[in-house]
Design a protein around this ligand. Structure first.
Ligand code: IPM
Ligand code: MN
Length: 369
């Protein structure tokens, strides 16, 4: 466990700024309650960085991240940058950061909270008990494959999907290790009926599986997986997949929890871990204080778990989130009954921080008896 943490905080764009504030509030509460030393250093990334410096990942930001114990990021992107070429967009700053940190394993848990079951567009009996971990390869595939670009006359664009044995092996190991600590099941998702990369993927994953005899492996095509995720999500434990498939399937898995605003992610395996909610900058609701901070707060819990080895503290934060939901707190995205007044981003953050303090105090009182 590391009780002294230097954290690089990159709020980024849109609601990233608002939800990150609440995640920092909760991390500060953890530090206060336990007497830990968490230092926060805020840096620019994405559109905010382009506006100030012309670059989506300025050098000082990268250096701050590389010398930190973990990076907490909000979101990047916005409509004013739509016309920029892909390699100059806010998103390219995030991709460069993932690559520079070496964060190749993106862990995206998705589960159904009983208290907000009614927020899912899926029937309660379909989502009840669903608890999935998407393990998304983050540094390969179409996102990074070369060559890429436009033809000289601009009449065609192209990208390359490419995976090496090593890249598949290392992400597969992460998925099996995660499954070992869960329900011992990995579903590897590919498109091996069409793509060579997927045929290699399948072969390598099957081989890695032999190192984990206790874990069951099955393979599924990505189109079938997209269907099973919403028709029978409880059949999954760990979903292991490549970069773009994982991007799409993890957004789809938000249907299980009821809102994209609930989903957290951890990008690990490199020099420094990168922690960001799954949702984007949501320009349509940015600046209004109504965004759901629970995804960002759950991301803070993942940071405690994976960057600080604070399993207890991570669980406390997750329990605090459950607490406020059970007590009826709902941001606008979670409101189903029109008579319910939606909590603001800040009210939700404060409620979680208070619930967390309560959980920790009760435990101390119990141990003092
Ligand atoms: C995500 C996002 C990013 C991705 C974008 C913003 C580059 O959609 O983290 O899922 O595609 O990886
Ligand atoms: Mn995405």
């Amino acid at each position: 466990m590391r009780t002294k943490l230097n954290l690089a905080v990159l709020p980024g764009d849109g609601i990233g700024v608002e939800v990150t504030r609440e995640a920092v509030r909760v991390l500060s509460t953890v530090a206060d309650v336990h007497g830990y030393d968490f230092q926060f250093r805020t840096e620019l990334v994405g559109g905010a960085a382009i506006r100030e410096t012309g670059y989506p990942l300025p050098q000082p930001t990268l250096e701050a991240c590389l010398s930190s114990d973990a990076v907490l990021l909000g979101a990047v992107g916005g409509p004013e940058f739509d016309a920029l070429p892909p390699d100059r967009k806010p998103e390219s700053g995030l991709l460069a950061l993932r690559r520079e940190l070496g964060a190749f394993a993106n862990l995206r848990p998705a589960s159904s909270h009983r208290a907000i079951e009614d927020c899912s567009p899926l029937r309660p009996e379909v989502v009840r008990g669903a608890d999935i971990l998407v393990v998304r390869e983050l540094l390969g595939g179409l996102y990074f494959g070369e060559p890429r670009g436009f033809t000289a006359e601009g009449s065609a664009g192209f990208n390359t999907m490419r995976y090496s044995t090593d890249e598949v092996e290392r992400i597969a190991r992460i998925a099996f290790e995660q499954a070992r600590a869960r329900r011992q099941k990995v579903t590897s998702v590919d498109k091996a009926n069409v793509l060579e990369t997927s045929q290699l993927w399948r072969k390598v994953v099957t081989r890695v599986a032999r190192e984990f005899p206790g874990v069951a492996l099955d393979h599924m095509y990505v189109d079938a997986c997209a269907m099973h995720l919403v028709s029978n999500p409880s059949r999954f434990d760990v979903i292991l997949t490549e970069n773009l498939f994982g991007d799409i399937l993890s957004d789809e898995s938000a249907a299980i929890g009821g809102s994209l605003g609930m989903l957290a992610s951890a990008s690990v395996g490199g020099r420094v871990g990168l922690f960001e909610p799954v949702h984007g900058s949501a320009p349509d609701i940015a600046g209004r204080g109504i965004a759901n901070p629970l995804g960002a707060i759950a991301t803070a819990a993942l940071l405690l778990r994976y960057a600080a080895e604070m399993e207890r503290e991570a669980r406390d934060v997750e329990e605090a989130i459950g607490d406020v939901l059970n007590r009826g707190f709902r941001t606008a995205d979670l409101v189903r009954d029109p008579r319910t007044r939606a909590a603001t981003t800040e009210e939700m953050g404060v409620a979680v921080a208070e619930a967390l303090t309560g959980i920790c105090e009760r435990r101390h009182a119990f141990h003092a008896v």
